[in-house]
Design a protein around this ligand. Sequence first.
Ligand SMILES: O=C(O)CCC(=O)Nc1cc2ccccc2cn1
Ligand SMILES: [Mn+2]
Length: 242
Amino acid sequence: AQDKMPFRQHAVDSQLEKLALEQVVPALLDRGFFYVDHFLGDIAGQTVLGQVKRMHDCGLLDDGQLAGRRNGVCRRNIRGDKITWVNGNERGSEAVNFLLTLIDKLISSCDGLLGKSICARSKAMVACYPGNGAGYVKHVDNPNADGRCVTCIYYLNKNWNAKEHGGILRIFPEGKPYVADVEPLFDRLLLFWSDRRNPHEVQPSYATRYAITVWYFDSEERAEARRKFRDLTASTQERSSS
Ligand SMILES: O=C(O)CCC(=O)Nc1cc2ccccc2cn1
Ligand SMILES: [Mn+2]
């Protein structure tokens, strides 16, 4: 109940609501993407970074799997990130969980104003580009209505200098005469529509580049995608058994 929450929590919640209503919703509806700096603040941001570094040091970040992996083709030049998926309840990811709860609050404050009904989200994908010049080729996160509607990326890179380190996320907003170059700066939160409106690429990175991504689902599109998938698997089973 609201009255039991410490005063500070009220302040945080109303700050997130203010950010959602005054900045996130207008930007998503107008431009299709939005980013804010100093999302958690230095202390909390540092704690998240420390936990991600520990995952990396423990070898938890393995090579990013490619859907429809083609043997022999060097994955490095298609997608060079190393990833792991966390739901935030694992020991050592408490700060990641704190981040996710704030992003959840931010998104739920937008709900109903984005023309979508956002009901659920993916687990958090912790990604590291090792700085060997690897990046991620231009792609759309959700090209075929799999239910994902908003991509949220939290960047963790202190003293990032794109001139020297590269690693810019370049968004090519559909139908717009400009591209948006987003530097993966520490404590920066980026949100954008996951569908064909926002093709994007990660340019080659020459320093270790950490990010945490969550995708939010639109309930109707997700339900439709699951129905299609169920029918697809049913029909393939019929074919294979006939
Ligand atoms: O780190 C960034 O700035 C964005 C990187 C990026 O686009 N990552 C990414 C990662 C993905 C992993 C699985 C499926 C789809 C995916 C789409 N995009
Ligand atoms: Mn992407």
